[in-house]
Design a protein around this ligand. Structure first.
Ligand code: SF4
Ligand code: SF4
Length: 638
């Protein structure tokens, strides 16, 4: 008997699918209004999480920028497959939803086909091959290989980041064209996450193979590299899928048809997005069923189709929401280290650890790797763990070699930076040395430099380890003073960039005046601290004794101009055209910067050197043996 009141719309599923799309659109447009927001389209990617987990087990490192939330979502997806069904594919996956929409268009245009038989079975191998390649390269490089081709990631990031156009564009075209003409083309044949999901469907053989590998490698001591395990799991998944096209033990929830209530109208067959022939079976065991319950909703006969023989059409969507909520909550509170490494023998050593939070330069696998490499060079440090989400590091050390202060000093990266100095200042430079709270991280120090740049009288900044960090700020007393500097440092926010590129960074540095010192230094002392001098020998300088050479010295104010530093190699190259010139030095004297030109008396003269310096063009030579004329950027007072 037809039930007229029963809804024919799968509201649960549509709400979740549209919820995901609305979230993605929000992430896309939010940067227009919020310059500080950077959309992370992988933030909730379970596939990335699974790859990260694999790379963590194999190399104790997480793939770049992956967090525990993605890993928790990956685990939730696998649990969902076993205890419920392929819920992610059905309710969440944006590519799956998009493919379905394109498929509807193809059907309306009467250009949609369902592949069957051996072609259908053979094409299913592609997704397992893609899964193998993606996992292999992710685990070996700790970089998410799927970013190169993932149609979702490429489209939503605007082909930026790690996207490889040669992979991504064909993948997107294939997904669009394939989904239009062939039913769920991406999901059935290409999706590597679909391959993992189906391996999870065959959880018992997959678990047996994995257990055997663990026993052979850990107990029997055989050397069987993990890519072999991965390969066997992929092959097993494909063989089970292609030969049976059926669920075995899992998943636990299935669509059941009650023949006594069924009128064999075949509406369910037509409405099933995976083209499963439901009207001819008692229980839907087809491997492609993802428990979308569209068939249950569209069936006109009340009770003819159910979930596990009960009216549980709400259960898959409710389970999806609960699993995602639990995974995000667990992933948010618990974080796996991005890198966890120990080195050296800890036998008989007193191993201590310190934890430091808020290190903004710990932001991905690459920065964690360079941090670990740096700490490996510190005597007494035995291991590190990094946590990118909380910007945290834990460092293990041998207390008999180094103490916690020493470890902190080793973590600290001092900064020495010209701020507004352009080569001209009075004879003396003022300075103030202050403690700056909340400025330990290299990023913080660079933000401190940017805050100071807004005060045109600040000339340079250098930082030194201390608790709080010690910053020496050099300034021109004719243009600013200590109070202005303290105000600049204490600004709550730093605005960087202009127009659409503008971002606001919360700084919140606190000036700590305990132990404050201030004073003046001669300008040459300041220059020696911040400006690189030149000292280059050439034309066989070392073959001449001092009595064969003279030094021609003249004032050279431009040597103190940071902007002119880039031209010094051109001057040296040009000077080397005169065989008699053998060395060029710049020196910052109390009277001012000078250039010293060493020359061989018998080979050149001061007149020749003067005309070389006055030339309107320099002839410079490049390492590839080519030469070029460039305009002389210097002015010499000859
Ligand atoms: S189960 Fe399928 S064939 Fe049977 S009544 Fe429902 S829609 Fe029609
Ligand atoms: S059989 Fe039913 S639940 Fe399974 S995919 Fe088809 S419509 Fe969805």
């Amino acid at each position: 008997m037809a039930n007229k009141k029963q809804s024919r719309v799968n509201y649960y599923r549509i709400t979740l699918q549209w919820g995901v799309f609305i979230l993605l659109i929000y992430m896309l447009i939010r940067p227009i209004f919020d310059k500080n927001y950077g959309a992370d389209f992988e933030a909730f990617c379970p596939f990335g999480g699974m790859q990260s987990l694999a790379s963590y087990f194999s190399s104790h490192s997480l793939a770049c920028s992956m967090t525990t939330v993605q890993i928790a979502l990956g685990i939730a997806l696998l649990l969902a497959v076993v205890f419920f069904s392929k819920l992610f594919c059905s309710y969440i996956c944006p590519i799956g939803t998009f493919s379905e929409w394109l498929g509807s268009l193809g059907r309306k245009a009467k250009m949609h086909i369902t592949l069957k038989g051996n072609v259908d079975r053979a094409l299913r191998l592609l997704k397992y091959a893609l899964l193998y390649v993606t996992f292999y390269f992710t685990v070996t490089a700790s970089e998410l290989f799927c970013r190169k081709f993932d149609p979702f990631y490429a489209s939503f990031t605007g082909f930026s980041g790690d996207v490889d156009l040669w992979y991504a564009i064909p993948a997107i075209l294939l997904t669009i064209v394939g989904s239009f003409f062939i039913r769920q083309f991406w999901c059935k044949y290409l999706c590597p996450l679909g391959a993992i999901t189906n391996i999870a469907v065959y959880a018992l053989p997959a678990a047996a193979i994995t257990l055997l590998w663990v026993l052979l490698t850990s107990v029997a001591g055989l050397t069987i590299p993990w890519p072999w395990l991965l390969g066997v799991l992929c092959l097993t998944g494909f063989l089970f899928e292609a030969t049976t096209l059926k669920f075995l033990v899992f998943p636990s929830l299935r669509i059941t048809r009650h023949d006594d209530l069924c009128t064999h109208c075949r509406i369910c067959d037509k409405k099933c997005p995976m083209a499963i022939p439901i009207s001819t079976v008692e229980t839907v065991n087809h491997i492609d069923c993802h428990l979308c319950v569209d068939c249950v909703v569209k069936c006109p006969e009340k009770g003819a189709l159910t979930v596990n023989k009960r009216n549980l059409r709400w259960l898959p969507s409710a389970a999806t929401v609960v699993l995602i909520a639990v995974a995000i909550t667990v992933g948010t509170y618990y974080e796996l280290p991005t890198i966890s490494e120990n080195w050296g023998d800890i036998k008989g050593k007193t191993v201590k650890s310190i934890q430091m939070d808020g290190l903004k330069n710990i932001k991905c696998f690459g920065s964690s790797r360079s941090f670990a490499n740096h700490m490996k060079e510190i005597k007494g440090v035995l291991g590190v763990e990094t946590f990118v989400k909380h910007k945290r590091v834990i460092v293990y050390f041998d207390e008999s070699v180094i103490n916690s202060e020493g470890v902190k000093a080793a973590i600290f990266s001092p900064l020495s930076e010209i701020i507004n100095f352009s080569g001209k200042t009075s004879d003396r430079v003022s300075f103030v040395k202050l403690g700056i709270d909340r400025c330990f991280d290299p990023n913080d120090q660079s933000y401190l430099g940017e805050l100071l740049r807004k005060d045109k009288g600040v000339l340079a900044l250098s930082t030194h380890f201390g608790e709080p960090v010690q910053a020496t700020i050099y300034f021109d007393a004719a243009l600013t003073n200590e109070n202005n500097i303290k105000v600049a440092v204490s600004k709550e926010e730093l605005v960087l960039g202009e127009g659409s590129e503008q971002t606001t960074i919360k700084t919140g540095f606190v000036v700590n005046e305990k132990g404050k010192t201030s004073g003046e230094i001669p300008v040459n002392e300041f220059l020696n601290l911040f400006i690189a001098t030149t000292d280059v020998s050439f034309n066989k300088f070392e073959s001449y004794t001092n009595d064969k050479m003279s030094v021609y010295e003249l004032p050279f104010a431009q040597a103190a101009d940071p902007e002119m530093q880039q031209w010094m190699p051109f001057l040296v190259s040009h000077a080397s055209n005169d065989n008699g010139i053998v060395r060029i030095q710049t020196v910052f004297r109390e009277e001012g910067p000078v250039i010293k030109i060493w020359f061989v008396n018998s080979l050149t003269t001061v007149e020749k050197i003067n005309s070389m310096l006055k030339a309107t063009e320099f002839t410079v030579h490049y390492p590839n043996k080519t030469s070029k004329k460039v305009k002389n950027p210097f002015t010499f007072n000859l």
